[in-house]
Design a binder for this molecule. Structure first.
Ligand SMILES: N[C@@H](CCC(=O)N[C@@H](CS)C(=O)NCC(=O)O)C(=O)O
Length: 236
């Protein structure tokens, strides 16, 4: 595997999107340095962060040993692909296997993540309980869990036979299944996958990164943090 001498800079907050990258870096076993982007305090709007992540969303990385010099990457899917290509792990080189991993990676990025995020919002954070929003996103997450459950009936992992960046992308979004109004017992293949992936030491370590900061922020009870995060409009 390609060596990494200088640590990869990880701009991170412990959430399902951030965990994807802490898990991948733990799986790879390469050196990395965590820079907390406290999204409840507005760190994502600092000019130095926006310079590498113009969408004011973490995660982002800076690899000091990028191709031809340092490189920054934002968007969790692009980061997983970059790291997978660079280190030749968890992202198969063979085209058919790669396409399958990409299908499930983009399925997570475009489907499971946004829909589960909305389910969290309407179920747990919205100041009013809006039944239509709660039902719409809870049902959609339920449908998506059914899709995963079916995929995992004949495949050990989302991308196929091998554990990959597709599994790393989804695991953090299935972890809070209760907050999405789901019962994992309804999805036996998904449950089998969930338990297997959660038992990986690197996944456990990745999920621990910044746990204390997350607890300190306590978004569910923190109105100031909620007002930073919810209702954002263009800043021009
Ligand atoms: N599509 C992005 C989504 C990242 C994302 O939504 N990050 C959230 C935390 S999970 C964030 O940084 N939020 C800051 C904000 O809303 O201002 C990715 O996959 O990297």
């Amino acid at each position: 595997m390609q060596t990494q001498n200088e640590p990869i800079e990880l701009h991170y907050w412990p959430t399902p999107n951030g965990w994807k990258i802490s898990i991948m870096l733990e799986e790879l076993g390469v050196p990395y340095a965590v820079h907390y982007v406290n999204i409840g305090a507005g760190d994502q709007f600092k000019p130095e962060f926006l310079a590498i992540a113009p969408n004011n969303r973490m995660p982002a990385i800076v690899d000091p040993e990028g191709p031809g010099g340092p490189i920054s990457v934002f968007e969790s899917g692009a980061i997983l692909q970059y790291l997978g290509r660079k280190f030749g792990k968890f992202y198969p080189a063979e085209e058919r296997a790669r396409v399958a991993v990409e299908e499930w990676l983009f399925w997570q990025i475009g489907g499971l993540g946004p829909m589960a995020g909305q389910a969290h919002h309407f179920r747990n954070y919205a100041p009013e309980k809006i039944a239509y929003g709660i039902d719409r996103y809870t049902n959609e997450v339920n449908r998506l869990y059914g899709v995963m459950n079916k995929r995992l009936e004949e495949n050990r992992y989302l991308g196929g036979a091998e554990y990959s960046i597709a599994d790393m992308a989804s695991i953090g979004w299935v972890k809070p299944y209760k907050d999405q109004g789901q019962d994992i017992e309804d999805f036996p293949n998904l449950k089998r996958w969930f338990e297997e992936v959660m038992a990986r030491p690197a996944v456990a370590k990745g999920l621990e990164v910044g746990k204390a900061e997350r607890e300190k922020l306590n978004l569910a009870a923190n109105k100031d943090a909620q007002s930073v995060l919810f209702g954002q409009r263009s800043r021009g």
